[in-house]
Unconditional design. Structure first.
Length: 93
């Protein structure tokens, strides 16, 4: 079944799913948004935020970097990576 949802509609659906605690559905909407347009940073950024809240650190770094690959000037992802680097250097990791 092919969905004709736009990236913005998929992001909105992901946000609503998160608000309802439907984490699996939120992840699916974010993945669909990434597939719909791999040049948009927002789905990758939101997925990294989702993964960070769940403690999935490897995925967090992956998706923040993918957000920057999609849009090197995406400041939210850049700031988040900087924050994570500061945390890592502060703990000796």
């Amino acid at each position: 079944m092919i969905s004709n949802d736009t990236v913005d509609e998929l992001l909105q659906s992901a946000e609503l799913a998160l608000e309802c605690g439907a984490f699996t559905e939120a992840r699916v909407y974010l993945k669909k948004a990434m597939l719909r347009d791999g040049h948009r940073a927002e789905p990758y950024y939101w997925m990294s935020e989702f993964c960070e809240a769940r403690g999935e650190i490897r995925e967090v770094l992956h998706y923040y970097c993918r957000a920057l690959d999609a849009c090197p000037t995406f400041q939210s992802a850049r700031k988040a990576l900087f924050r994570l680097k500061q945390l890592a250097s502060g703990t000796g990791v």
